[in-house]
Design a protein around this ligand. Structure first.
Ligand code: PHE
Length: 334
C-alpha cells in the first residue's frame, strides 16, 4: 500500500508539472485527488485493513499525500495565472512612452487656413456656413441666377462643361453663387449665410490665375434689407478680418444676379487698394428662383476669391506656388 501511495503521488505530480494553463489545472484537481482518482481509490480500500494502528498510519499517509498534490496544483496554478496575465497585458498594452517627433507633423494648407479664418470671422458676425456641389446644373450656375440660355453675361465665366446626355446642361461651377439658390430653396428666411468652396474656370494658369480656385459667397435675406446694410457688412468684415486700419469701398459694376451691383476693394495700411470681389442687392428674379417673394423679402450677396487673399496676406509672388505642393515652400506657413 505504501508503494502504491508513493506511485500515485508521483503520477499525480507528473501530471501537474505537465499542465500548461490555469484552466487545465482547475480541471486536474478532480482527476488526481477526487474519489475516482488512484489516491481516492486507495483511500476507499483502507476499511479492509484489519490492524487499527496500520490503518491509522496509512490513512495519515494518504491524507498527507493528497494535501501535497493539492498544494502542488495550487502553486502551479498561481504561476500559470500570473504568466497568462502578463502575456495579456503585453498584447493589449499601450506604450505611453512613445513620442511623436514634432517636425513630422502636418499643417493645414494656406487656402484652408484662410477659409477657416474667413468662416470664423463671418460666424462671429452672425452668419451660418453652407456648402453646395462642385458639379452643377446649368440651372443653378446660370439660369436661376437670372441668366437664361444665350444670355450674353454667361461669357463673363469661361465655363468647363461636363459630358452629359443633354450637352451643356452640366458644368463645373464657375462661382459659388449657385449655392445662394440652393440655400434659399432649403432654408426658411431670414438667411445669413456664407458659402465657401472650390470653383472652376477655363483659364491658363499664370502668376495670378488658376483654373481651380476658391471663393466665399455671402447671402443675406431678411425684411427691409438695403444697400446700406451691404456696405456696412463689407466694412465690418474688412475691419474684423484684415484689421482696424483697413477700410473698404464699393465701385459700380454689373452682375446679372444683383441689381444694383458693385465691386469692392479694400485699402491696405500703406494706402494702396486691392480689388477683392463682387456684390450687390439680390435681383428679384433670383429671389423668385429661390422660392421667395420679392415683395416680402430683400437681400444682398457678395463673393470673392480666397486664394488671392491668402497670396496677399503672405506676400506670395506666384499663386501657382501654393499648388505645386513643394514641402519646402508650404512649411514656411504654419
Ligand atoms: N459670382 C460672382 C463672380 O464670381 C461674384 C458675386 C457674388 C457678385 C455675389 C455679386 C454677388 O464673379
Amino acid at each position: 500500500m505504501r508503494n502504491d501511495i508513493a506511485a500515485a503521488v508521483d503520477a499525480a505530480l507528473a501530471e501537474v508539472a505537465a499542465a500548461s494553463s490555469a484552466a487545465s489545472l482547475a480541471g486536474l484537481s478532480g482527476s488526481v485527488v477526487g474519489k475516482k482518482s488512484p489516491l481516492g481509490q486507495l483511500k476507499s480500500k483502507l476499511g479492509s485493513i484489519g490492524d487499527i494502528d496500520e490503518r491509522k498510519a496509512l490513512g495519515q499517509a494518504l491524507n498527507d499525500a493528497m494535501r501535497a498534490v493539492e498544494a502542488a496544483i495550487a502553486t502551479k496554478r498561481a504561476e500559470c495565472e500570473s504568466a497568462e496575465l502578463e502575456a495579456q497585458m503585453a498584447s493589449e498594452g499601450v506604450d505611453l512612452t512613445e513620442r511623436i517627433a514634432p517636425s513630422r507633423r502636418g499643417r493645414t494648407h494656406l487656402v484652408t487656413q484662410a477659409t477657416q479664418r474667413l468662416e470664423d470671422v463671418f460666424v462671429g458676425l452672425g452668419f451660418q456656413v453652407a456648402e453646395g456641389p462642385e458639379v452643377e446644373s446649368d440651372f443653378y450656375n446660370f439660369e436661376a441666377l437670372n441668366m437664361p440660355k444665350s444670355h450674353p453675361a454667361r461669357s463673363m465665366w469661361d465655363t468647363l462643361f461636363v459630358e452629359s446626355a443633354e450637352p451643356g446642361s452640366v458644368v463645373l461651377r464657375t462661382h459659388t453663387s449657385p449655392v445662394q439658390i440652393r440655400v434659399m430653396q432649403e432654408w426658411p428666411p431670414p438667411i445669413y449665410a456664407v458659402m465657401p468652396g472650390r470653383v472652376f474656370r477655363r483659364d491658363t494658369p499664370d502668376a495670378t490665375h488658376m483654373p481651380v480656385f476658391h471663393q466665399i459667397e455671402g447671402l443675406v435675406i431678411d425684411r427691409n434689407i438695403t444697400f446700406r446694410d451691404l456696405a456696412g457688412t463689407i466694412e465690418a468684415f474688412t475691419k474684423a478680418f484684415f484689421g482696424a486700419d483697413f477700410t473698404s469701398r464699393l465701385r459700380p459694376s454689373y452682375f446679372p444676379f444683383t441689381e444694383p451691383s458693385a465691386e469692392f476693394d479694400i485699402r491696405r495700411a500703406n494706402g494702396s487698394w486691392i480689388e477683392l470681389g463682387g456684390c450687390g442687392m439680390v435681383h428679384p428674379n433670383v429671389l423668385r428662383a429661390g422660392g421667395l417673394d420679392p415683395e416680402e423679402w430683400s437681400g444682398f450677396a457678395f463673393g470673392f476669391g480666397i486664394d488671392r487673399m491668402a497670396k496677399e496676406r503672405h506676400s506670395i509672388d506666384d499663386i501657382r506656388e501654393m499648388y505645386t505642393n513643394d514641402l519646402r515652400f508650404l512649411r514656411q506657413f504654419s
